[in-house]
Design a protein around this ligand. Structure first.
Ligand code: HSE
Length: 436
């Protein structure tokens, strides 16, 4: 049997501890599948004394993850530290430079430095695997990097943040407050260390930027993502969406348009009957539209120790199964020199339907003014409904659904209505996404 594959794990938080535990518990099975043992020979974490309920055997302890990354005692460096700079970046770079394969779950790191790291991996002829970085346990990277070769992707979209989907699901199902749901998500270990990364859309954006590169063969461009989080979604939006046959999800969407690539993260109305609307709780889903397949939908657990560890172990096993001389596939599905520059489509050019909720003074002519501003901007309405409002007799809620229009037209219409003066609260605008 081949020599054991020597693993160094940096970061023993929820995911790192789970990976170590699973590798220890499944040694025999993994050895049979890979034809060699996967041995954790070294680890690094901030707090050496913390009880993690794992047996690290004789693994060598490194206080400095960069030293572990460069150690000649390992073959694979597993980075589970997190963060886009600092120890995560330095250690991954050091590991690649030392000629070690790298497995990481770090979407922020790849989103910011992925192409540069891929260049080093290519130069050194080693693997940089990151299945766990996008959608937790769902094998979407493998699918896009390997199985969909030959397909032309037109759109990729999905629920990429378990914390947000968990919050929106519970808010809708139980009428709970946003804060209570967030606290519960944190308690269950879904949320990032800083939960604003989840709820303001950064985590989804990081993951989307990676999917965009794989989908369209372009360099990663995280700075070109339009982003809105879910912190201003209210029970009023959720109820109005439901009454119109929609459900609100935080989606990341990347699509090719005539003017370039659109990347956006925002709360989105999806038809209640669509498959993606049935994705509840911490579950993630990724829909990939291609010329050869139509729409492919992958769904599964997107966060949590065991689900993420499943993806990390899959990546490690791929390395264990590879042999000298085996030609590794490129990190972002094509060699770095073949990645096209990212061409951004302007958000104002986005085309789609819109949900607009306005809280207005209850006086004659308001309804007509709103309708006129829509017409002025050539926005065709699918429906316009007025409701009484619990905040007081003198206020009414007006909910509009538009037919396909542009972001620019909607922004101009809402700005005009705001200038007209009937609004008593911030207008709410939620984009509608076509979904099967
Ligand atoms: N905080 C992330 C989520 C974990 O909620 O989906 C996985 O990236």
């Amino acid at each position: 049997m081949a020599e054991p594959l020597r693993i160094g794990i940096a970061g023993l938080g929820t995911v790192g501890a789970s990976v170590a535990r699973m590798l220890a518990g499944k040694t025999a099975e993994l050895t049979r599948q890979c034809g060699r043992e996967i041995a954790v020979v070294a680890v690094s974490a901030r707090d050496r004394k913390r009880d993690r309920a794992i047996d690290l055997g004789n693994a060598q302890w490194f206080d400095d993850p960069v030293a572990l990354a460069g150690s000649s005692e390992i073959d694979v460096f597993v980075e589970l530290i997190g963060g886009e700079e600092g120890p995560a970046l330095h250690s991954v770079r050091a590991a690649l430079e030392a000629g070690h394969h790298v497995v990481t779950a770090n979407k922020a790191l790849l989103s910011r430095h992925g192409v540069q790291l891929a260049e080093i991996a290519e130069k050194k002829g080693v693997l940089l695997n990151y299945e766990a970085a996008v959608a937790g346990g769902i094998p979407v990277i493998k699918t896009m990097r390997e199985a969909l070769v030959g397909n032309t992707v037109s759109r990729v979209f999905g629920i990429l943040n378990g914390t947000c989907n968990y919050i929106l699901t519970r808010m809708e199902a139980e009428g709970l407050s946003f804060e209570d749901c967030l606290r519960e998500a944190q308690r269950l270990g879904y949320a990032e260390a800083d939960p604003t990364f989840d709820i303001e859309g950064h985590d989804t954006a990081h993951k989307l930027s990676i999917l965009t590169s794989l989908a369209f063969g372009c360099r990663i461009s995280a700075d070109d993502i339009y982003m809105e989080g879910i912190s201003n979604i209210t029970q009023a939006d959720i109820r109005a969406a439901a009454s119109l046959g929609y459900r609100i999800k935080l989606l990341g969407v990347a699509q090719r348009t005539e003017s370039g690539i659109e990347q956006r993260v925002h709360p989105t109305m999806v038809p209640t009957g669509s498959v993606i609307a049935q994705v509840h709780g911490v579950t993630n889903a990724v829909a990939i539209e291609t010329d050869m397949l139509g729409e492919l939908l992958l769904s599964g657990p997107g966060a949590g120790g065991a689900a993420t560890a499943s993806a990390v172990i899959g990546d490690i096993a791929d390395i264990a199964k590879s042999r000298p001389g085996f030609q590794h596939g490129p990190v972002f599905a094509r060699p770095v020199r073949e990645l096209e520059p990212y061409k951004r489509a302007r958000m104002r050019a986005h085309e789609g339907g819109y949900f607009i909720r306005l809280t207005v003074q209850d006086r004659t002519g308001v309804f007509a003014t709103i309708a006129k501003r829509m017409a002025d901007n050539e926005i065709s309405l699918e429906s316009i409904v007025q409701h009484g409002d619990a905040t007081g007799e003198e206020h009414k809620t007006v909910v509009l659904l538009t037919h396909e229009t542009t972001e620019a037209a909607v922004r101009k219409a809402v700005e005009s209505i705001t200038r007209d003066g009937p609004l008593v609260d911030k207008p709410q605008v939620i984009r509608i996404e076509r979904a099967a």
